[in-house]
Ligand binder design. Structure first.
Ligand SMILES: Nc1nc2c(ncn2[C@@H]2O[C@H](COP(=O)(O)OP(=O)(O)O)[C@@H](O)[C@H]2O)c(=O)[nH]1
Ligand SMILES: [Mg+2]
Length: 362
């Protein structure tokens, strides 16, 4: 079993890349399994990834490189035993340090090898991230084998080169690859790079083998280092909603929440995401935030048709820098209520057991 770990900060393009990689692997007749980790109690990206129709497990409410390492090990063992995949892909949260995950897995009694660890960077927002959370970004990138300089379609040549030079200085050993996760050619290039063994630019590590060496310089709780608050939630709504209306609704909520968060921290970086499934479409609206432009994007992902019967599940995750968790929760709850009431949708927030017992973070 070969393990692919696709790391990178919130909104850097991990899920987009994973979806494309899975399609490539399926076309290559590989048996693939997937583990998605979300920082909130409510999973979001697992839903988007269901479309690929491969066995996937979602580990929520924390980070698999810190508090959830035990859950991760159990999940890896189960998937390896039951499904025996050729490839296991992991998408950790944007707040994790992927090398710490590899370190922990190396000690397990499961035969596996590792593709080089890839850490994605949103090149258009890198400077903003460095300004807000320099220590976190540095630790995440210092341990990468391959740095995917992503979203090159959103930045000019000069900007891309300056980020490349900066990162070369920070992590001279990492192999850098320019990409745009939305384009197939980029993901093809990445896939070839990760499947190639014996490349001189990096050394895939054999689990438990003599050459297994740690890149982790300092074991830390990544969430504490990140200075990010996160909150997630699940709303049950009832009424009449078309795919188009649902897209507009989610965009409204995400935009409003982003504007309120800006009032508390004008320079925040992070991610606000919402999903809802209507008929045969999963609608995912993300706001990937940088201080200069807050890009909001709606994706319409085809899925197996379900009979909603006028009942919908809206999921959200907000994770941003330097805003108190309680304030963030209020903002998201208020934005959701205002927009759902406006549309005359009855709704109820599901109280998750973990809400009362363990706070997600910070
Ligand atoms: N323009 C552009 N947008 C991208 C690219 N990769 C991802 N995105 C968008 O960035 C947002 C966050 O992507 P996602 O894959 O969910 O990031 P994750 O949080 O790292 O899993 C989504 O709106 C994506 O469509 C890219 O290469 N170019
Ligand atoms: Mg994701």
């Amino acid at each position: 079993m070969k393990v692919f770990i696709i790391g990178g900060f919130l909104g850097s393009g991990k899920t987009t890349t994973v979806l494309k990689l899975i399609k490539k692997m399926a076309a290559d007749n590989k048996r693939v399994a997937l583990i998605v980790n979300e920082v909130g109690e409510v999973g979001i990206d697992g839903n988007a990834l269901e479309v690929a129709g491969i066995p996937s497990k979602e580990i929520t409410n924390g980070c698999i490189c810190c508090s959830l390492i035990y859950s991760l090990k159990v999940t890896v063992s189960e998937l390896a035993d039951i499904y025996k995949p050729d490839i296991l892909i992991m998408e950790p949260t944007g707040l994790s340090f992927p090398s710490q995950i590899r370190d922990e897995l190396l000690g397990m009694n499961v035969m596996m090898s590792f593709a080089p660890i890839i850490t994605l960077v949103d090149v258009s927002r890198f400077t903003a991230e460095m300004n807000q959370i320099p220590k976190f970004v540095e630790q995440q990138l210092r341990e990468a084998d391959v740095i995917g300089i992503n979203k090159t379609d959103l930045a000019g040549e000069e900007k891309i080169q300056s980020v490349e030079t900066f990162l070369k200085d920070m992590n001279p050993d990492a192999y850098q690859i320019r990409m745009s996760a939305k384009e197939n050619e980029s993901v093809d290039k990445l896939y070839r790079l990760m499947m190639t063994e014996g490349e001189t630019v990096f050394n895939p590590i054999d689990a438990g083998g003599a050459e297994a060496k740690s890149k982790v310089t300092e074991r830390t709780n990544s969430i504490e280092v990140s200075n990010i608050s996160a909150c997630s939630g699940l709303y049950h709504a009832g009424g009449k909603l078309s795919v188009k209306d649902a897209g507009a609704l989610l965009e409204g909520i995400v935009t409003a929440a982003g504007m309120e968060i800006t009032k508390l921290n004008p320079s925040f970086v992070g991610h606000i995401k919402m999903t809802v499934k209507v008929e045969d479409t999963l609608i995912k609206v993300s706001q990937t935030a940088g201080p200069d432009d807050r890009l909001i994007e709606a994706e319409y992902i085809p899925q197996e048709k379900i009979e909603n019967g006028g009942k919908y599940e809206l999921r959200f995750l907000a994770a941003v820098t330097n805003v108190k968790k309680a304030a963030l929760e209020d903002i998201v709850n208020d934005s959701v209520s205002v927009f759902l009431s406006e549309k005359n949708l009855a709704f109820e927030k599901q109280v998750l057991e973990s809400d009362s017992k363990k706070p997600i973070l910070l």
